[in-house]
Design a protein around this ligand. Sequence first.
Ligand code: GLA
Length: 396
Amino acid sequence: MTTVSDETAKVQDALKQKYLHHFNRQPVFSAYAPGRVEVLGNHTDYNEGFVLSAAINMGTFFVCSPNDTTTCRLVAGDIMEETVFDIAKPEKVAEMTWSNYVRGVIDGLGIDATLPHGFDGMFLGNIPLGAGLSSSAALEMSSALCLSALYGLDTSDKLNLAKTGQRAEHLFAGVKCGLLDQMTSLFGAESRLVHTDFRSLQAVTVPISSDVCLLMCNTHAKHSLTESAYNERRAHCEAAAKAFAGLLPHPVTHLRDVSSVEFEKLRNQIDPAAARRAAHVVGENTRVEIGVELLKQNRVAEFGRLMFDSHESSRHNFENSCAELDFLVETAGGIDGVLGARLSGGGFGGSTVVLTQKDAAKTIGDVIRKAYQKKYDTVCDIQVLLPSAGARIITD
Ligand code: GLA
């Protein structure tokens, strides 16, 4: 039996109240999906590589009831903004763009199923927006589960749900993301990291020592995946894979197919910028695989060092870090009790994830917060992230 934390339960209650007030009735269906933190394996998912991540103790609730028209009324519970559209035409919009994630999910669900009527829906969450913790995937997965319950659709194929969310990102939000965010939100488990192979699309979980915890440090520096930077990096990786395909005797469809030995042997034969992008992805894949073994042996200090290496590679090879993220990682690295730190997610702003000894976490958080305030004269939000259970339909 999974329980939501007190903080999350408050969000659920607030949503019920808002729904009742707005629609004058109780919602019939309800689902929850957590955000995620990427712990190791950066920009490896769309390169068919490996990632270690966790579903977190913050997420989004989506509730709805059927109505007897074909109209969908969808409300963002934080700002109480409502958008209205026909269930047969959940088109992408340029205003109230928050609704595109749900519109995209409905469009995806409608490919194989008949959605015969509209609904009155609302969502509310507690994932800080723009922090790199995948509030969008949480919205996609909570709406996909809730609307599947509403229309009587099978939700046993989690991979299929994840792909529906990814399709919404690609076609309705314009971000050519991989499957990391959606898979982690769905496959998360309490006190465990999710280890995903993005070629076989198999996700298994690995326990992480209860002596350590993760801190999220949100820079509030600009972070917008819809900007071209993310898609551009993806294109660089595809170009690098093509270059290696021309040099290696075996098939190379993605950077996953290039081993670190092959990379070192051939790196000078491809464009230097492409080689640096590839260095990041190939290196990250290796670090994840080593990291999994270290976690299994409870060697968390060595695991933490891989996180620092990962950040260094982001900074130098993938160029998806920024001054604020670098400052946080460097600051964390100088504090006793910190085991590892790196940027988490797409990059170009957002958050760092810091691995600390649990008993020192609060003190460490305070030191980081003060240092950031001193340097940038602005607040860096710090929260303890607990690896948590994945998305689910709520029956009560
Ligand atoms: C974002 C994307 C993911 C993944 C990460 C980087 O979170 O949505 O698919 O590519 O960036 O690892």
